[in-house]
Design a protein around this ligand. Structure first.
Ligand SMILES: Nc1ncnc2c1ncn2[C@@H]1O[C@H](COP(=O)(O)OP(=O)(O)O)[C@@H](O)[C@H]1O
Ligand SMILES: [Mg+2]
Length: 239
């Protein structure tokens, strides 16, 4: 369902050219949960941005649900993103002046007048992420873990087929991280959502089916969580 071919991305600042992604080839199956790990600055966030159509590659192509991202105009990419992609970030990226429900409704372009159906869906999502009854609360009054739950509900409100998460538990302690990862893997299993998650944490990566080890803009190794010793292996790689 996701095919990445010969992907390259370089940034040019003044005279300097940085090749951030060098030659990335990757296939992800529908419903698969993939973790991407690698040192800081190796290009993980850049890859996620390209996968979500937030930025365009220098070369190469990304195919998602039969859509070639490279052929799209910016406007088409925006529409594509709304239809197929949910994003979750390390720092939640909620709108601080809005309440929980308004934040979740935001991708629906709701101007306050939600249809009955959409309203019902938001209530169900609130329940699913463990925030029942908190819809009218301002998001800046919530704990980090609660804010990330709001962000997950917001990412899911369009029922995207692909969930992209960039270090979603990076700001949370172990217990809160486990709850958030439990939620993400539950949606992955129950809604067959494809999940691509960047993480520094081997514990978080253990929720994925496959772990992609990224280094200097290329995929260095791909390992299965089911392999014995995967944790030791990854720890050595990251060290
Ligand atoms: N918009 C940008 N302009 C210039 N350089 C960038 C930009 N975004 C990322 N980079 C550079 O690309 C490299 C990889 O960044 P990033 O993808 O954020 O890495 P990671 O998420 O693996 O830590 C870094 O050297 C970073 O400085
Ligand atoms: Mg990053």
């Amino acid at each position: 369902m996701i095919k990445v071919r010969n992907l390259k991305k370089e940034f040019i600042q003044g005279q300097e050219r940085t090749e951030v992604l060098k030659n990335v080839d990757l296939n992800v199956e529908e419903g698969e949960f993939v973790a991407i790990m690698g040192p800081s600055g190796s290009g993980k966030s850049t890859l996620l941005q390209l996968l979500g159509g937030l930025d365009i590659p220098t070369e190469g192509d990304i195919l998602i649900n039969q859509n070639h991202l490279s052929n799209m105009t910016e406007k088409e990419r925006t529409i594509f993103r709304r239809k197929y992609i949910g994003f979750i970030f390390q720092n939640y990226q909620l709108l601080p002046t809005l309440n929980v429900k308004e934040n979740i409704a935001f991708p629906l372009h709701a101007d306050g007048s939600l249809t009955k159906e959409k309203n019902q869906m938001i209530l169900e999502l609130l329940d699913a992420v463990g925030l029942k009854g908190l819809g009218r609360k301002h998001v800046n009054l919530l704990s980090g873990g609660q804010q990330q739950r709001v962000a997950i509900a917001r990412a899911l409100v369009n029922n995207p087929s692909v969930l992209l998460a960039d270090e979603p538990t990076g700001n949370l302690d172990r217990n809160k991280a486990e709850e958030i990862l439990g939620l993400i893997s539950r949606f992955n299993r129950e809604s067959n959502q494809t999940v691509i998650m960047v993480t520094h944490d081997i514990f978080a990566a253990g929720f994925a089916d496959r772990i992609i080890l990224f280094k200097d803009g290329v995929i260095d190794q791909v390992i299965s969580r089911k392999e014995d010793d995967y944790a030791k292996y990854v720890a050595n790689f990251m060290a």
